[in-house]
Design a protein around this ligand. Structure first.
Ligand SMILES: [Cu+2]
Length: 179
């Protein structure tokens, strides 16, 4: 038995309506996530003004790089910008908790450290924070993995993981890569 042209057309229109409904639900979910929940890094909800972050506070140039806080906590701060990391190399101790903090003055970047579980987006307006322990020492590559413009492929930094015995912060608690 053959379906008539009219019956086929009716079935096609019903399926088109189902597909349009699915697309509509997905669009509503995207708009809700973008507008009501806001976009933020997965780690924490800490805001920073991208226009002034390099001028005064935590992410000003003298504060960048690795620093051992008075309580012994190791914190590494970097600015991720088009198209470089500042500083380009950071030194961290192996087998010790390290907190990495990133901020960007321009567009969305992403960072990962090869061979580790460090992987986060860096979104303008937010501080991205990662806690980790680097278990093997050596020079690890840290590329930008979120396309950020024409110089994206040139955007990478080095994480120099050194054994605890070679990690020697200065009197202010700062440690930097050897010149
Ligand atoms: Cu980038």
């Amino acid at each position: 038995m053959h379906a008539s042209e009219r019956e086929i057309l009716g079935q096609e229109l019903r399926w088109a309506a189902v597909v349009a409904g699915i697309v509509g639900v997905v669009m509503v979910a995207i708009l809700y996530a973008g507008l009501a929940l806001r976009t933020n890094p997965p780690s924490n909800l800490e805001t920073v003004d991208p226009k002034t972050l390099h001028l005064t506070a935590e992410f000003s140039e003298p504060n960048l790089g690795t620093r051992v806080e008075p309580n012994g906590q190791v914190t590494t701060r970097m600015v991720t910008a088009q198209f470089a990391f500042v500083p380009r190399c950071v030194v961290v101790p192996a087998n010790r908790p390290v907190t990495l903090r990133f901020a960007t003055p321009d567009v969305i970047h992403g960072i990962l450290v090869t061979g580790t579980n460090v992987n986060t987006m860096v979104i303008p307006g937010f501080v991205s924070q990662v806690h980790t322990v680097f278990t093997r020492s050596g020079q690890l590559l840290m590329p930008c993995h979120e396309y950020c413009g024409l110089g994206h492929s040139q955007m990478w930094a080095t994480v120099n993981v050194v054994p605890e015995s070679e990690f020697k912060p200065d009197a202010d608690g700062r440690a930097s890569c050897a010149p």
